[in-house]
Every structure is written in C-alpha cells, then in structure tokens.
Design a protein around this ligand. Structure first.
Ligand code: ADP
Ligand code: MG
Ligand code: ZN
Length: 656
C-alpha cells in the first residue's frame, strides 16, 4: 500500500479505529460481567446486617475485601424430606441429601453490605455460631488486570483485524483494510529486486521478442529516439491463447530494461463500488509517472476493455474505468519513458477506442509454439531439474504438438514429481513421456478396474483407431496404445506421434483420413461385438466438428463450394464458431455432415474387415499387456500382413 498523506488523518487510520472499538467493547464486557455477578444478591445496610445477626438469621458470612456477603439461614424443616419420599427417591437412584442441599442454596436469600471496620464483628459471629470465611486473596493484581482488561482487548482487536482483512481481500485489496479501497493495487517491483525475468527465460517467441526489443531499447535510452523526432508507441497489446507466455514476456521486458514494473490484472478493477476502478487507474498512472521510466502492465485487459456498445446489460463501473484508462493514456507524456503493456486472449471484444493509434497501437501476437519453439521452452524449464544425460527433448517436443508454454512447464514439473515418487534422484526420459500423458489424458486411475468384457471392448476400440491410422496414407504413425483408465475420463487411448516436419496446412484427404480414424473405434466395437458403447462419444464429437469445419469454413464440400458459412469468434480461446447462413442452409449442412460421416464410417469398417486378423491379434496382445508401443504394434501388423499375403499367394498358385 502506498501511503498517501491525505489518508493519514487519525480518524481514517483503520488501526486506531479498531483500537477504540476494542476498548469500548472491553469496557462493556466487564460491566456486564460485574452486573451479572451482583444481580442475584441484594444490598442491605450494615445495621440491618447486625440486626439479622442478633436475630440469629444468618447462616454464613464471607468476608471479601471491603465487602461482606451474607447467606441467610433457612427454615430447615420446610424442606425436610419425609421418609416416604426419601425411600422413593433412593429407589430411583437419587441422593436425597444432595437434593436438599441444592434446594437450600436456591431458596435462601443472599445479601451484601460494605464492611465497616468493627472489632466486635468476629466475636459476635463466634458468639452466634455463624460460619465465616474469606476467599484466598488473588494476590496477583497484574494477572487480574491482564485477564479482565488486556486479554479481551487483544482478542477483540485481533478479531476485527482478521475480519476486515478478509473483507478487503474479497474486494481485491491487498492489505489496505477498509480504508484502502480507492488506492491502486499496483505491485511495484523495485529495480534491484526487479522482475528477475529476462528474454532468456522466454523461449519460442522470437518474433514477439523482436517487437519488444525496440521498447526495451527505448526505455534504456529515450533521448536517442527524441533526437530524431521519433515517438515511441505508448502501448503494446500482447495477444494470444492462454499459457503462451504473455505475462512472462511483459515481465521480461521490464527485466531487460531494468525498470520498475507495475502490474495489475483487469479483473482486479471490477470492484464492489462504482468509481473505485476509475480512481485506481488515476492513482496507478500518478504513481507510475513518478517512477518513470517504467512499465505498466495490465493483464487480462478484456475485463475492463470490453466494447462499450452491443451490451445487453451495461456495466457502469467498467465503463467508467475504461474511460479513465483512455483519458490517462491520452494524457501521459510518453517522452518520459512510460510504456503500457497489456495482455488479452480475446482481442475481438476490446473497445475500438483502446486500439486506435496513440493507445495500444502495437499488437504483438504470442502464438502457441511450433516444434522448435517447444523444444526451446523445454530446454528452459529442464534446466531447473536434475536429469539423466540421455534425455531427448526433441522426442518430447514432437509428442506435444498443440500445447502452450505453460503446459510444457507443467509437464517438466510433473516428470520431476514422478521421479521423486519413484525414489529416483534424476528425471528420465520415461518420466517425461509419462508426464505428457498425465497432462493430456490425466493420471492413471489404478483403482478403476475394468471388467474383462469392458477391457476387451476398450482394446478392440483403441486398436480400431490404430489400424485405421496404420492403413491410411495421410495419417501420423501410432506411438502407443494403452487401456489404463485415466482421471480425465478416457478408458484407453491411442497416442499418435507427428512426423518430423510440422504441418501448418491440412489437406482435404488428411481431414477425411482423420475422421475415418476417429470413427474406426466405434466401427471395431460394431464389427467384433456388434454393440455400440458410450466410449465413442468423444470420437464422434471430434469427427463431427472436423466434418462441420470442412463444409462451413474450409470450402471442402462439393455442394456449397467455397461459401463461408461459419466464422470463428474466439480464436484464442475455445474457437467457438458462429453461423452466418440461413436456416435452410443450416439444415442442408447438417445433412451433408451426416453423409460425410457415414462415408468415413463405411471406410473405417472396410479397413477393419480387411485387417480383421491383425485387429484380433493386436487386441489380444493389448488385453494381456495393457500397453503396446508403436514398434510392437507395427511388428505384429507387418507379420500378420505378410502371412496373409503368403496365404493368398499360395492360394493363387494352387489354382494355377
Ligand atoms: P499467459 O499470460 O500467456 O497466459 P504466462 O506468461 O502466465 O501465460 O505463462 C505461464 C507459465 O508458463 C510461465 O510462468 C512459464 O513458466 C511458462 N511459459 C509459458 N510460455 C513460455 C515460454 N514461451 N517460454 C518459457 N516458459 C513459458
Ligand atoms: Mg497471463
Ligand atoms: Zn475412441
């Protein structure tokens, strides 16, 4: 929290307020306790007491400091238990004496009076045979004071403190308490313990780094740019899917330039009270300009930067925040060396005003890494763990196509965890490859035991996929098949390994082959067991979406030609598409999809029928071993194929 003078007046200091509240609460507490102690008794005068003493009405007296507590004698006979009741009570297991004692205590009156110094008192008490005593004095007044005053004070104070802290946390504050609401949450990293991240920590984003290099250079030496009259762009927007290293890149820019890094997340702006976000923006820019040159980083800017029109429900708070941001960006003087970076994975929802020149006029795309990029990212992260000398990161990069940097970092860590679990000191290649599966398919679910029947079905299903892969031309080779259930729901799966060169284009034939591979699992179930299971749901979903994209986006259907019937909305997130065509066309598209899937399914069925011998043999192997590698698979596949060809050759020569 940055201490502003205006917030330091004593009334605004939250700690002082808590203190006052705690003191008041403690006083009230003590008063209540005291009154509770005295309500049962009745005050009388000293002379009344003496009279009672003379009249023999007193049973017991307790002398406590300057106070006398007087217990009245009671008429014993009135609560005597007659013999009949007594025997009844003992039959019920009740101690009659105890009951009488309790009844006496409850029915007698207790009085108190102030003690007047009086020599005769003890004599008189002795004379009348009154029981008297004094409680052992609590001779530790300090302890007494602590227990009644300090302890409750501390407890109440702590309670308040915790309460307000959790409250302010919920409001997005970081320790400012109730009073810190309007202040900025920007975390300021000083130059010394700067972000600690450099471009060397970000791999596989060479183009992005190049674009950011200029900003770094500018922050190092603004005058070079001024001399020639060049204006540095005020802001750059990092755009890309989650986990590709946008936040990391922003930190690296600050680290490289050795300037302070103000970072905050867009979602932190959305507060409980209207106007808070706007005041935060103002505050942030004020603090940052004081520290210039520096970098302001706004993560997840889409949370505030959403387009202001086209909203079903408008959000006042967000609009105010956005307006403030826009005016601050216009207002600040970029010659001081203030650079604003922002990150988002939904650039299409951003308000156009944010993107116009003079604001976030640079857009830096941070894509998912390619093969080489993945290998480089793995190299960065593998440095932090101890490994065997013979690990092959290239193989790992091959098997992880489509993953982002965050996934890769996670995989390396998962591999290290696995090594620890196995009691090893170093990470092996096997750990790394298993970690890929854990991230992609979930952990092995050892406790889920498949029945023998289900195991057979799953095996044939998976081998169905693999055979369709092996037989068709435009597919990637099988890497591994397993039928160990995984936590993410799959009962088994077939892992394919891409070939050396990475593909950026997919041809129509490749897509058709891929759909056939997806559908071959169900085809195997039908062919061998004549059943349909739910295990094919995911395959069907993926096959259908590929088929739909072929028709509506890739212009690969004969009927619709190259009409674009759908467009993608969230390119960097789920890639959801919206339809652009009429209802009738949609119906036709659906028909086309059904036809296309049917064709592919028939093809898959034919492949399996032709290779039924291989399907049976490989499936049996898989049922026994639970896992089969790509090499083992191909070995059996080739052997079965050869013997089949021999047989047909023999049959032909027999005929001749
Ligand atoms: P984003 O902000 O794009 O969602 P982050 O920058 O938060 O992603 O990345 C999360 C983590 O993933 C980083 O802390 C880093 O460990 C790892 N990571 C992501 N991309 C890369 C990369 N290109 N190079 C090295 N590590 C990366
Ligand atoms: Mg991020
Ligand atoms: Zn399947």
């Amino acid at each position: 929290m940055q201490n502003d003078k205006k917030n330091r007046s004593p009334l605004k200091n939250p700690l002082l307020i808590f203190l006052v509240i705690s003191v008041v609460a403690t006083v009230i507490l003590n008063m209540v306790m005291l009154s509770m102690q005295t309500t049962k008794t009745q005050e009388i005068s000293y002379s009344d007491f003496l009279q009672m003493l003379n009249e023999d009405k007193i049973d017991k007296v307790i002398l406590e400091g300057d106070r006398l507590t007087i217990y009245e004698k009671i008429d014993e006979s009135s609560i005597e238990v007659d013999s009949e009741t007594s025997s009844l009570m003992s039959a019920l297991g009740i101690d009659a004496d105890e009951v009488v004692e309790k009844a006496k205590n409850n029915s007698r009156n207790v009085y108190y009076t102030g003690y007047i110094y009086d020599d005769r008192l003890l004599e008189m008490l002795d004379e009348k045979g009154v029981d008297y005593s004094t409680p052992i004095q609590n001779d530790n007044p300090i302890l007494d004071f602590v227990l009644t005053w300090i302890l409750p004070l501390v407890v109440i104070y702590l309670l308040f403190f915790l309460l307000t802290r959790s409250m302010s946390k919920r409001m997005g504050g970081s320790g400012g308490g109730i009073m810190g609401i309007g202040q900025s949450n920007a975390k300021l990293y000083s130059v010394e313990n700067a972000t600690g991240v450099t471009f060397a920590d970000v791999a596989g984003q060479e183009e992005a780094k190049e674009s950011l290099d200029e900003i770094v250079d500018y922050l190092h030496n603004p005058s070079k740019y001024h001399a020639i009259g060049a204006k540095q762009p005020k802001g750059a927007l990092l755009v890309g899917p989650p986990g590709t290293g946008k936040t990391l890149l922003a930190k690296a820019v600050a680290g490289e330039a050795k300037v302070p890094f103000f970072s905050l997340s867009g979602s932190e702006f959305v507060e409980m009270f209207v106007g808070v976000g706007a005041s935060r923006v103002r505050d942030l820019f004020k603090q940052a300009s004081a520290k210039a040159p520096c970098i302001i980083f706004i993560d997840e800017i889409d949370a505030i930067g959403k387009s202001r029109d086209n909203q079903i429900s408008s959000n006042d708070e967000r609009e105010q925040t956005l307006n403030q941001l826009l005016s601050e960006m216009d207002g600040f003087d970029s010659s001081k060396g203030l650079v604003i970076l922002a990150a988002t994975n939904r650039p299409e929802v951003l308000d156009k005003a944010l993107l116009r020149p003079g604001r976030f006029d640079r857009r830096i795309i941070v894509e998912k890494p390619d093969l080489k990029g993945r290998e480089d990212i793995l190299k960065v992260h593998i440095k932090n763990v101890k490994t065997e000398p013979d690990i092959n990161l290239h193989e790992m990069a091959l098997a992880t196509s489509g993953t982002a940097g965050a996934d890769l970092a996670n995989m390396v860590n998962e591999a290290a965890l696995r090594a620890v679990r196995c009691g090893r000191k170093t990470v092996t290649q096997e750990d790394l490859m298993e970690a890929i599966e854990v991230i992609i398919a979930g952990k092995e679910k050892k406790d889920r035991i498949l029945s023998e029947k289900e195991k057979r079905i799953v095996s044939f299903h998976e081998v169905g996929h693999a055979l369709a892969t092996a037989v068709q031309k435009h597919t990637q080779p099988v890497h591994k098949i397993t039928i160990v259930p995984r936590t993410m729901g799959s009962l088994g799966y077939t892992m394919q390994m891409p070939e050396e060169e990475e593909h950026y284009l997919m041809s129509k034939d490749e897509i058709l082959d891929q759909i056939t591979v997806f559908l071959a699992g169900r085809a195997a179930e039908e062919l061998v067991f004549n059943i349909k299971t739910t295990g094919a749901a995911n395959d069907i979903e993926r096959a259908t979406s590929l088929a739909r994209n072929m028709i509506t986006q890739y212009g690969m259907s004969d009927k619709f030609g190259m009409a674009g019937l759908e467009s993608i909305q969230n390119k960097y997130l789920d890639g959801r598409s919206v339809s652009n065509c009429s209802e009738e066309t949609k119906t036709d598209v659906d028909k086309e999809i059904v036809d296309l899937l049917k064709k592919c399914y028939d093809k898959a069925m034919n492949i399996l029928k032709e290779n039924r011998d291989a399907l049976d043999e490989i499936s049996e192997f898989l049922i026994n071993k639970e896992t089969i590698t790509g090499d083992q698979f191909m070995e059996i596949f080739d052997r079965v194929k050869e013997s089949r060809e021999e047989k047909s050759d023999n049959a032909e020569s027999d005929e001749e």
